[in-house]
Design a protein around this ligand. Structure first.
Ligand code: ADP
Length: 533
């Protein structure tokens, strides 16, 4: 069954589109949720634009105070949020807590505590500016209306990652959550209820609703999703010159060094590859292991793989894939790899719960014998398939990691953390974990989150994540009222001599020439300023 595609509903008016909320653990359709008609998206943006100046006029501390109510609403609705995320994404309840509810609360709390300070005016060059007869201040201005377009894998947290800093910064937001997880979209709508109308509006729907949001147009777009959609959005946004911040996933590598703590590395990599059934933008999709520890690492990983419990009822360790299109990609990658000579070392589709009534289970699978011509080597799998690749040394691992332009994170496993730091510095990615999974960094509220190359640009989360939603407005103020500026008309001889003197003073080598230049300035500046009209 195709989940959450828009389709006409007989229960609604002829034109209404319905989104399906589907439980991939059971195959059960849970409910149908009306999509926002495409024609209403521009209206939502217009309303957001109308209320934005008022929202921005509330000082940052006041906004933080109001947004605290959102955090408290999450407390009130926690059971509902966990159950909805867990059943609609197909993930264990523990993961709905680890990677949706808890990091969201951390993100909000961090912004409540720090946003006002981060958004304080800056005074660049406070000593130098008065020499020019003016003082400078940088004021951080919100863009206006932010359009946030978010995915289905961590539908609660990743929506919040895009929305929360934008709101704290004084923007209003129109959020389009993924059509694959519309019930989580409704949860988000409810937790933002304490905010004044129009400050955060949820529009539900598929790509057409997202495209209408980009085209409304908004003043800034925050997008988290696939590279293909990211490209489309960047192109559409470019037509309006709308700036975009985007996080697009990756084909992230784990590098297991010869001196790795193998028990630690196998536990970490197991989680990094299979959390959320591998449907994680920063999932470990390639394991480069030093050949000297490859056997020990592999048997440790496989032994732990066998101990994973399937979360059919929501309790347990591993969930189902979220929707049919994603299941089909994983199955295609698996079949293609097997046909081309890959070997299954552990797991595989014949393990774990078998699919009935439309459920979408695919057991975590470890493979080897992977070659470059396989789909899983060339594309993001976004599922529970991970290959082990033996390497001669760490140099080969670094080279092969960096050959891929699609690294959101990377991880290095070594007992020598100094060496880990040195290797990390050579990796081209947005976050590096040393003896920790890079994806875990997404939950750290004070750290920037985002990629490089095909993994996207700009940052969400942390100080940089907040600054992504403001632009600097430079305010200059004359401190010599009544005195006209040297660079105003007319450009008489005295003005030219003063300007020349200043340029020479700042560029001359040696003291004597600087003194000559200073003398020329002193001789001409008075007459230059008196001559201004
Ligand atoms: P995936 O391929 O993993 O499902 P997508 O990148 O297609 O993820 O989707 C991420 C988000 O982007 C979703 O909310 C989706 O509805 C939205 N989206 C898809 N196509 C477009 C588009 N052309 N313009 C704007 N948003 C889109």
């Amino acid at each position: 069954m195709f989940v959450a595609q828009t389709k006409s509903s007989k229960r609604q008016t002829a034109k209404a589109q319905m989104l399906t909320s589907f439980n991939p653990r059971t195959g059960q359709v849970m409910r149908e949720i009306p999509a926002t008609p495409v024609a209403e998206v521009a209206e939502a943006v217009a309303t957001a634009r109308k209320v934005q100046p008022e929202w921005a006029s509330i000082p940052p501390r006041g906004r933080a105070h109001m947004l605290r109510e959102v955090r408290h609403r999450i407390y009130d609705k926690l059971d509902d949020i966990v159950e909805t995320v867990s059943s609609e994404v197909g993930k264990p309840r523990a993961e709905a807590l680890i990677s949706d509810a808890l990091p969201t609360v951390l993100q909000l709390l961090y912004l409540e505590r720090t946003a006002a300070k981060t958004l304080r005016d800056e005074r660049p060059a406070p000593l130098a500016a008065p020499f020019l007869g003016m003082v400078s201040r940088v004021r951080w201005q919100p863009f206006g209306v932010v359009g946030a377009i978010t995915p289905w894998n961590y539908p609660f947290f990743l929506s919040m990652m895009a929305v929360a800093p934008a709101l704290f910064a004084g923007n209003t937001v129109v959020l389009k959550p993924s059509e694959v997880t519309p019930a989580v979209g409704e949860c988000l709508r409810e937790v933002f209820d304490p905010l004044p109308p129009g400050v955060l509006t949820v529009v539900q729907g598929a790509g057409d609703v997202g495209a209408a949001l980009v085209d409304a147009p908004c003043d800034k777009i925050a997008f988290i999703g696939s590279p293909a959609t990211g490209r489309r959005i960047a192109e559409a946004a470019a037509r309006h010159l709308t700036p975009v911040v985007m996080e697009l996933g990756g084909k992230d590598a784990a590098i297991v060094c010869r001196d790795a703590d193998v028990d630690l590395a196998s536990s970490g990599v197991l989680w990094g590859a299979f959390v959320n059934a591998g449907q994680t933008c920063a999932a470990v999709e390639r394991i480069f292991v030093h050949e000297d520890v490859a056997d020990e690492f592999t048997s440790s990983l496989l032994e732990k793989l066998e101990r994973l419990r399937f979360a059919q009822s929501g309790d347990g360790d591993v969930g189902a894939l979220t929707f049919k299109r994603q299941f089909d990609i994983v199955e295609r990658h698996y079949k293609d790899a097997i046909e081309k000579g890959a070997r299954v070392l552990g797991g595989g589709p014949d393990r774990g719960p078998q699919n009935e009534n439309g459920s979408l289970w695919f057991a975590p699978t470890v493979m080897d014998g992977i070659s470059d011509d396989m789909d899983m080597s060339r594309e993001e799998t976004f599922g529970p398939l991970v290959p082990i690749v033996r390497v001669r040394d760490e140099e080969e691992a670094i080279r092969r990691t960096n050959e891929e332009a699609f690294n959101l994170t990377a991880t290095v496993w070594t007992r020598n953390t100094k060496k880990g730091e040195a290797l990390a510095a050579r990796l081209r990615c947005g976050a590096v974990g040393i003896n920790e999974i890079g994806a875990a960094a997404s939950g750290v509220p004070f750290a920037p989150w985002g990629g490089i190359g095909e993994s996207g640009y700009g940052r969400l989360s942390g100080r940089q994540g907040l600054m992504e939603f403001v632009y600097p407005e430079h305010v200059t103020k004359k401190v010599t009222p009544g005195l006209k500026s040297l660079w105003w008309y007319p450009y008489d001889e005295a003005t030219q001599a003063t300007l020349r003197g200043a340029t020479e003073l700042l560029s001359a080598p040696g003291v004597k020439r600087k003194v000559d230049a200073a003398r020329s300035i002193a001789a001409n500046i008075g007459s230059a300023l008196r001559g201004k009209f």
